[in-house]
Ligand binder design. Structure first.
Ligand SMILES: [Zn+2]
Length: 299
């Protein structure tokens, strides 16, 4: 008789407890004050997936690949000119394959003062990759981004925010300052690795603050944009207003092939205008925010 794996309802306490304790949120790192008396921090991020959204699933649809190219041809220039006009620094999370396809694009991002962060090799799903391969892919991605842009990334956003049981150990091996893929708070916190404080900062994400959730479309599935742009703006604005009230962090994830269409880019413009009109808002890259909250908390 072979031993069948236990069903979750059969697990002894140590099994479910060990799973939960693998990676936890530790100290809240929301600072007592933001730089220059700012009321809250705003972290705008763009996940530069481009064609990797199709490649990662082994896809070969020329149509869907061309959707990725839109991100390079139209999306990125539109985002970069808006950020330049508003004089705002942001963070761009880039799969290594994107950087290899469009090295000039990524060099421009760095030249214009923005941050480049890790976003997997080909947008692979970490929990579906064997641990040794996952490690190799993250290490090669860090080397590739550095080689293309001349800057070594200090942060990671895992592709699809999928985080395996070994991801944190690999991030620590890479000596990263922060991760931005997990969900345990509105505000920055310290990551705990199997009960051990890591000194690494988490800048938490949420599907609520992600353009892809509202606007993604797949012709052959039931996936459609069901939410009107005005409603998406309203959700993002309320998330910002809440962060402003709490003196916390407003972190938004967007994609060059999703937010930049003529009927949508106004959402980002209007949001920036709204934040600036409130006053006392610190727009900064993820790395700057992670560095600041880490220093303030004495980590
Ligand atoms: Zn992505």
């Amino acid at each position: 008789m072979t031993d069948l794996p236990l069903e979750p309802w059969q697990w002894p306490e140590e099994t479910w407890r060990a799973k939960v304790d693998r990676v936890r949120a530790g100290r809240n790192l929301k600072p007592k004050a933001w730089p220059n008396g700012a009321r809250c921090a705003v972290a705008l991020s763009f996940d530069v997936d481009h064609e990797t959204n199709e490649l990662r699933d082994g896809g070969k649809s020329v149509g869907r690949l061309s959707w990725g190219q839109y991100g390079n041809r139209v999306g990125m220039p539109r985002i970069l000119s808006l950020l330049a006009k508003e004089d705002i620094q942001a963070s761009f999370f880039v799969p290594a394959v994107t950087a290899l396809l469009y090295p000039d694009e990524q060099r421009r991002v760095v030249a214009e003062g923005h941050e480049i962060g890790l976003h997997g090799w080909i947008h692979e799903v970490n929990t579906a990759v064997p641990p040794a391969n996952e490690r190799d892919l993250h290490l090669r991605s860090a080397d590739t981004l550095e080689k293309v842009t001349g800057v070594r990334p200090v942060g990671m956003r895992t592709p699809s925010w999928d985080f395996s049981e070994v991801t944190l150990a690999i991030e620590r091996e890479l000596g990263l300052l922060y991760d931005s893929s997990l969900f345990a708070d509105d505000d920055p916190y310290e990551l705990i690795d199997k009960g051990e404080a890591t000194g690494m900062v988490e800048l938490p994400v949420e599907w609520i603050r992600d353009d892809a959730v509202y606007f993604n479309m797949n012709r052959f599935q039931a996936l459609r944009p069901y939410t009107a742009p005005e409603t998406v703006f309203d959700i993002f604005r309320r998330e910002f207003d809440g962060a402003y009230e709490d003196g916390g962090l407003f972190l938004l994830t967007m994609h060059p092939h999703i937010i930049t269409y003529r009927s949508r880019i106004w959402i980002l413009e209007e949001l920036i205008r709204h934040a600036k009109a409130k006053g006392n808002v610190w727009f900064a890259s993820h790395a700057e925010i992670a560095r600041y909250v880490k220093a303030q908390s004495g980590l």
